[in-house]
Ligand binder design. Structure first.
Ligand SMILES: [Zn+2]
Length: 185
């Protein structure tokens, strides 16, 4: 529970002088905005859009005010769904930052990367549509230390990703990792 409002779930630990407080996002942002002398512009809590298949996807908007800037994150309201984040300076226009986040989500949900194909035997398999993948690394509690990779807003095991790569046997591979707020071209 948040130690300030005592009504929301605590999500952030705020270190002050010699104590630390567990706060909800709302109270954390209030305190940080006051401390950093910025305004919290009203933002919607959710937004929705259709993905590449025409399926409606709903995102929860999370704002965090940190001394090094404003972070906005849009996380889908399902487990292992899409997630997008942007970062702006403390004095940036928060509505414009939200628009940037929505644009990033629109771009990310608009393109299909993996499709299901069928072997002549009738067995289905996953295949990459182009020769690159953009996704998220998540914790896989069912595996022995390998991650889940979220692609097209759905989870794939490390083994499933490996099988997709087998179409490219003999090719070179280059693996780059990016901060959640980076733009990947
Ligand atoms: Zn609170």
């Amino acid at each position: 529970m948040c130690e300030r409002c005592e009504s929301n779930k605590a999500k952030v630990s705020l270190q002050m002088e010699e104590t630390s407080m567990y706060l909800c996002t709302h109270c954390y942002n209030d305190l940080m905005a006051e401390e950093l002398e910025i305004d919290l512009e009203p933002l919607p809590e959710t937004f929705s859009m259709k993905d590449y298949k025409g399926v409606n996807r709903t995102f929860c908007v999370d704002r965090r005010i940190h001394p090094n800037g404003i972070f906005l994150e849009a996380e889908e309201n399902i487990e292992f769904g899409y997630k997008f984040a942007v970062h702006g300076e403390l004095d940036s226009n928060q509505q414009e930052l939200l628009n940037k986040l929505i644009e990033k989500a629109r771009k990310g949900t608009g393109e299909q990367q993996v499709e299901t194909r069928v072997f002549p035997s009738g067995q289905a398999y996953h295949a990459m549509i182009s020769d690159q993948l953009t996704g998220l690394i998540e914790y896989d509690e069912t595996s022995d230390g390998t991650p889940l990779v979220i692609l097209d807003g759905q989870p794939f095991t490390w083994e499933e990703v490996g099988k997709m790569l087998m179409t490219y046997e003999g090719f070179q591979i280059k693996l780059n990792l990016y901060d959640p707020t980076d733009d990947i071209e």
